[in-house]
Design a protein around this ligand. Sequence first.
Ligand code: GLA
Length: 366
Amino acid sequence: MEIVLNVDSSGGPTTVLVRAPGRVNIIGEHTDYNGGLALPTITQSYLTMRLSTLPPDEDCWKIFAEDRECLVNYCPADGYDGEEDWMGFFTSAYHYIDRNKLAFRSVSIHFHSDIPPGAGMSSSSALTCALAAGLNALFGWGKDSTQLVHMASQVEHGYGVQGGLLDQMAIFFGKTGQAMRIDFSDLSFGYVPIGVAGYSWVLWDSLERRSLVQTPFNQRRREVDAVLHQLGKDHWQAVSEQQIDALDTLSPATRERCRYIIRENERVDAMVAALADNDIPGVGQILYASHEGLRTRYEVSSPALDRVVDHLKRLPQCAGARMMGGGFGGMVISLIETRALPQIVDSFRRIPEYNRASGSFYHIVV
Ligand code: GLA
C-alpha cells in the first residue's frame, strides 16, 4: 500500500493519495478467521483513492466513484438510503469513526479501481483499507498499520461479511513477487519468495461473480467456530484430527469442514517447503489437494470454479490450480509454464463462454 500526503503551509495534510492492491492467496483458504496459517501476496491491479478536506462549514462527505461516474453527497445526519451498494462501506466507516470518537471533518473522496469486483481478489478490502489509511493520514489519528488492518476489518464487518484479516494484512504489508506466511494466531509474518524460474502464477476468471455477503460464508465461520469453542481451543493449529474424530456429536459435514482446516494449515508449510526446494510437482499437488478440500469438505467451490480447475488439470503445462479466496465464484490460481501462456489462453477461448467474454479473463500475478 502506498500513501502520499500533500501538506499545506501550516504542516497539515490537505490531500492524501492512497494506492491499495488487491489480494492474491497462494494457499491457506478459510484459515484466517480461526487463527490458522496462510500465504497471501498482492495483485498488480489497484484501487486508487484521493481524499481532501472540505471547508469546515460543510457537513457532508462528497464521494465520487469514478468507474461508475457516480457522485454521492453523504450527510451522516440524514443517513443514506440510495441504491449504491458500495456506499455500505462508507456508512460503516462513519459509524466506526463516530463510535470511536475520532477527530473528523468533511471530506471529498474520489476513487477508482482496476480490481475486478466480486472476483475473490478483495476489491472491497482494497476500498476499506484505502479509506482507513487515507482518513488516518488526513486527520492525523496516529494509527499504525496493524491498527488500520483492524479498523478496515471492522468497517467491513459492519457491512456483513465476517471475514478474517487475510485481505487487510496482504493489502497493508504485501510485496510483489513475495508471499507473506502469516500466522493468524498472533499476526506474525515473514516473507517467502514465490518466483519459480520458467513458471508464472496466473489467475483465471471463473466468470462467476458474487458478493460474499449473499453466500454461506458467515455460516461456515459460525459452524467451525462452534467446534473450536466446544474443544475449548483458541485456534485450529492447536487441534488434531484425532480430537475431531473423538467428538461424536459432530455432523458428518461439520467433521469434514474441521478436517479441511487442519489439513489446509499443514499445506501452508508444505507449500513454503516445496517453493524453497523448487519442487514444482510438489507445489502442484498441494494446490490440487487444497482445491479438493475446498470442493468436497469445506464446500465453498462452485461448478464454474471446478470447470476451470478441471480444464487446467488436463494441460501438462499447468503444474497445479485451485479456487482462490472466499469461493462460490471468482478466480482460480494456477502455476503454469510461462512459455505456454498463449497456448493456455487459446485453450480457454475454445470454451464458448470464454470466447464470448469481454475483457481479460486472466491476470498474471508474477
Ligand atoms: C474472504 C475473506 C478472508 C478469507 C477468505 C478465504 O476473502 O475476506 O478473510 O477468509 O475469504 O480464505
